[in-house]
Design a protein around this ligand. Structure first.
Ligand code: RP5
Length: 194
């Protein structure tokens, strides 16, 4: 799950580093990894905690550029210092994903990540899964300036997303189709009356 490099072609070096404060963040952050996989963007995933492993965080952030990483996606919850601290140790673009917290539903994470003082920016996305997906798409958009194949993959992603929506204009029919998949005709779970 964590601490591995994902590459569509094994020889490709990761361009995106996905880091998160805890393994408990993976449920949200895996959507960033899945989206990059879908786009064919080489990436790595690591657990790097700002509070529990600060030296590891400093090492990761300060060496990322030298290792060939071009964008960092950092997800954290609660007092979410990871994205901001990471950004303080590198000039690479850092995209922050606020992970939903139990106590405050991620509002604490969102404010911790978004409210950086002027001088050290973190591009802050939405809370949870949507933010993780969008962080990956934004990373691809940034990389697309340099890598035409990534820009093209992003273009295709958008096209297919649009086509999916247009293919099912009537939500009632979409629900009906789903019902048929869940309970095919003749296999109803309803009990017959005696
Ligand atoms: C943060 O604390 C992590 O990013 C995580 O969202 C939160 C809770 O961590 P665990 O207690 O689940 O490890 O540092």
């Amino acid at each position: 799950m964590t601490n591995r490099a994902h590459t569509p072609v094994e020889s490709k070096k990761p361009l995106v580093g996905i880091i998160m404060g805890s393994t408990s963040d993976w449920e949200a952050m895996e959507h960033a990894a899945k989206t990059l996989e879908e786009l064919g963007v080489a990436h790595e995933t690591r657990v790097v905690s700002a509070h529990r492993t600060p030296d590891l965080l400093f090492g990761y952030a300060s060496s990322a550029e030298q290792r060939g990483i071009e964008v960092i996606i950092a997800g954290a919850g609660g007092a979410a210092h990871l994205p901001g601290m990471t950004a303080s140790k590198t000039v690479l673009p850092v995209l922050g994903v606020p992970v939903e917290s139990k106590a405050l539903k991620g509002l604490d994470s969102l404010l911790s990540i978004a409210q950086m003082p002027g001088g050290i920016p973190v591009g802050t996305l939405a809370i949870g899964k949507a933010g993780a997906i969008n962080a990956a798409l934004l990373a691809a958009a940034i990389l697309g300036n340099k890598y035409p194949e990534i820009r093209e993959a992003l273009r295709q992603f958008r096209k297919s997303q649009t086509a999916k929506v247009l293919a099912t204009p009537d939500p009632a029919k979409a629900t009906l189709a789903l019902t048929k998949i869940i309970a095919p005709a003749g296999k109803s779970k309803r009990k017959k009356r005696a």
